[in-house]
Write a protein that binds this ligand. Structure first.
Ligand code: Z5A
Length: 215
């Protein structure tokens, strides 16, 4: 049986990941068995760690502690869900993965990329997403969407404008370094235009994947 494919969706909060997970699901489900998941989270323990990471009472958490908590959740996620699913031929669609760690803990919090690479090598081994869609959103639009949503902000969402600007630039650098895998979609446009681009990226990826599998 062919191994499944691993697709990740990345971007700032408010960039439309949740809305567009649904679209990608609709596009893939008729053709593949799809498992949708998220980070931090995806397992019972991972969801517990997510709670610790998002709570305001942990505001003073050290950046390295944050990285290690994310890594613990991700190790559970990879070992218990992602790799077994891919090995069984299922496709996996994940809301955030390691690019988020380089963007938030690296560019945002200022941890050295080598520190993140060590953790990545330890837990991720040779697992890499086959395709990543990065929803790129200018800061002004991010702020207006977050305000419009009206929920209370979690520990990450309450960070400064400058923090999120660094995170955005960190994401764009990741995309520049690996344009074959990371496809950038401008999320600052009406949803139907964003979704046209995403549909086209997914369509091309599936065609390419079929051609490769049956070559
Ligand atoms: N984190 C980390 O630091 N390091 C890591 O390695 C990982 C995560 C894996 C939880 O993320 C936090 O974990 C995250 C980084 C950190 N925090 N931050 N910030 P999460 O993914 O669970 O939560 P989130 O990023 O905060 O998701 P979100 O706020 O739900 O945003 P979203 O899913 O990208 O957006 P949305 O809910 O689909 O859309 C937001 C609103 O905009 C909504 O009202 C939509 O209707 C609207 N929208 C969406 N697209 C459009 C367009 N195109 N036009 C107009 N309006 C739109």
């Amino acid at each position: 049986m062919a191994k499944g494919r691993f697709i990740t969706l990345e971007g700032l909060d408010g960039s439309g990941k949740t809305c567009n997970m649904g679209l990608i699901q609709k596009l893939l489900v008729p053709h593949y068995t799809l498992i949708c998941t998220r980070e931090p989270g995806g397992t019972k323990l991972g969801e517990g760690i997510r709670g610790l990471l998002l709570q305001h009472q942990n505001a003073a958490m050290e950046p390295l502690t944050e990285l290690l908590l994310l890594a613990a959740a991700r190790h559970e996620h990879i070992s218990k869900l992602i790799v077994p699913a891919l090995n069984d031929g299922h496709w996996v669609l994940c809301d955030r993965f390691f690019d988020a760690t380089y963007a938030y803990q690296g560019s945002g919090r200022g941890l050295h990329p080598d520190t993140i690479r060590i953790v990545e090598a330890l837990i991720q081994k040779d697992l890499q997403p086959d395709l990543t869609i990065l929803l790129d959103l200018p800061m002004e639009i991010r702020l207006s969407r977050i305000k419009h949503r009206g929920n209370t902000l979690d520990r990450f969402e309450s960070q400064s404008y400058e923090f999120f600007e660094r995170v955005r630039q960190g994401y764009l650098e990741r995309a520049k370094a690996d344009p074959q895998r990371v496809k950038v979609v401008g999320a600052n446009r009406p949803l139907d235009l964003v979704q046209q681009d995403i549909s086209s990226i997914i369509g091309k990826f599936c065609e390419y994947d079929k051609a490769k599998t049956y070559d």
